[in-house]
Design a protein around this ligand. Structure first.
Ligand code: UD1
Ligand code: CA
Length: 464
């Protein structure tokens, strides 16, 4: 679109959230609130973007990694008109139209923004508002129209008369304004109202007093313009966003056994014919392949599963990759840096961190694999521990192909076991083992016949 600028208002504290962190950092679908609005606006390819920050400014800035926008500090939150005015230096010499969005209105769609700009340009308006007709308009600024049904001004809930409060047409808090009109108009806004704030919607009356055109576009789906002011509203929107995301994946051929307990963040993707059980969370940039099975109670963050992976009940996977045909769980924990080959089996109570396992390798019971590389077709017995930490530093272990590690073994890193090594049960391995060798600890096994009975008799004697 032709020369469009964007201003996102994100300086407010969000008092009604009762929170120590700024409202716009509360997450919806895993993404901070203000980033939703910002991303929608970015689809219009604006030439300049200003984000107005104040409360928790540093934290808000840290939540965005790009460098394609200007951060504008609004020291004191004197109102939405004042907030926009703070962006004036960013728009010096800019003569296009400026799209203004609220950081707390996350579901706004790029198409609606485009239509708003089209409407504005078609009408050659000074300012164009996004409006909606609501069943329950409480809390929103009301659109007051004159006898000819032309917009006359906007009155805030707190300033509205009882009669005005009955108006169901509301201001969505999203506007397009011509820059040459906007900044001079903002300087004329006063704070003579109940809240003693400089109201951005007052530019409507100012435009009309200058004989300029004020236009509006009504949104079809009121959800798009719903603002978040309280935790309850946030939870309600999260639910409805979740339903929308779930419907999208089901439409693309994913089975969700219980959509009401399936939480898929916006950045996650799922392949066809994958079946997902109850209480599954797919967070961040998690990628699930085709024909996978997730039995249930799974918490995945930035995880990558190839095709036909089976996650059995109750697993936590974070920043790891799992190749085709692997079976994980039940009760397994794959931590960052874990990379599992094809048909790997990770069983109950196994924890892996920075562990690379070759195709067909198995660790099925009660095992810790940390900072280790294991070749293919090896078997790690129950209760094996890679001792990767001596209290000061972490060390790496390397285990070859077709290695058999007997149950209850401890491998003290740094250590290398060659291919085809055989570790006998209950061995503590402290030194490297060459290919094909057996390693075991010499420990004499002793036996005392009748010992248990003698012990019992003795204990009975000591009983009072
Ligand atoms: C605002 C509108 C109201 C509209 C509603 C739609 C005003 C005066 N009222 O009310 O007509 O119906 O949005 O959601 O604009 N902010 C700043 N600096 C400030 C004040 C606010 O950056 O000094 C930011 C907030 O962080 C927020 C946004 O502006 O992201 C809107 O402010 P908020 O106080 O939530 O306005 P509403 O009362 O919802
Ligand atoms: Ca609001």
């Amino acid at each position: 679109m032709n020369d469009i600028g964007v201003i996102v208002l994100a300086a407010g504290q969000g008092t009604r959230m009762k929170s120590d962190i700024p409202k716009v950092l509360h997450r919806l679908g895993g993404t901070p609130l203000f980033l939703h609005a910002l991303r929608a606006a970015q689809q219009l390819e604006p030439s300049r973007i200003a984000v107005i920050v104040g409360h928790g400014a540093v934290a808000v800035q840290q939540a965005y990694s790009g460098d394609d926008l200007s951060w504008v500090i609004q020291e004191k939150q004197l109102g939405t008109a004042h907030a926009v005015l703070c962006a004036k230096p960013t728009f010096l010499g800019f003569t296009g139209d400026i799209l203004i969005l609220s950081g707390d209105v996350p579901l706004i769609h790029e198409n609606t923004l485009k239509r708003l700009v089209d409407q504005h340009r078609g009408q050659q308006a000074a300012v164009t508002l996004l409006t909606a007709k609501l069943e329950d308009p409480k809390g929103y600024g009301r659109i007051v129209r004159d006898k000819k049904q032309q917009i006359a001004r906007i009155v805030e809930e707190k300033d509205a008369s009882d009669l005005q409060k009955q108006i169901r047409e509301v201001n969505a808090g999203i506007y397009v304004a011509a820059a040459p009109f906007l900044f001079p108009a903002l300087s004329r806004v006063s704070d003579q109202n109940r809240q003693r704030e400089y109201y951005l919607p007052d530019i409507v009356a100012i435009a009309l007093s200058e004989g300029q055109t004020v236009a509006n576009l009504q949104v079809d789906d009121a959800r798009e313009m719903t603002g978040i002011n309280t935790r309850e509203e946030l939870a309600r929107m999260e639910k409805s966003l979740q339903e929308e995301i779930n419907r999208k994946w089901m439409a693309q051929g994913v089975t969700l056994k219980d959509p009401t307990t399936t939480y898929i963040e916006q950045g996650a993707t799922i392949g066809k014919d994958t079946v997902i059980g109850p209480n599954t969370h797919l967070c961040g940039t998690t990628v699930i392949g085709e024909r996978c099975r997730i039995d249930g109670s799974a918490y995945l963050t930035d995880a990558q599963l190839d095709d036909e992976v089976h996650l059995r009940f109750s697993v936590v996977l974070t920043s790891c990759r799992v190749a085709n045909g692997a079976i994980i769980g039940p009760f397994a924990h794959l931590r960052p840096g874990t990379d599992l080959g094809r048909n790997v089996h990770i069983g109950n109570f196994v924890e892996a961190k920075e562990a690379r396992l070759g195709d067909g390798t198995k660790a099925n019971h009660l095992t810790y694999l940390g900072d280790v590389t294991i070749g293919r077709d090896s078997n790690i017995g129950a209760g094996t521990i890679t001792c990767n930490y001596d209290g000061f530093q972490k060390y790496k272990s390397k285990i070859g192909d077709r290695v058999q590690v007997g149950s209850d073994s401890t491998l003290v890193a740094p250590i290398t076991l060659g291919d085809d090594v055989y570790v006998a049960t209950a061995t503590t391995v402290r030194h490297d083992v060459p290919d094909g060798a057996l390693v075991f600890n010499d420990r004499q096994e002793r036996l005392r016949e009748g010992w248990t009975e003698q012990k019992r008799m003795k204990m009975k004697g000591t009983k009072k």
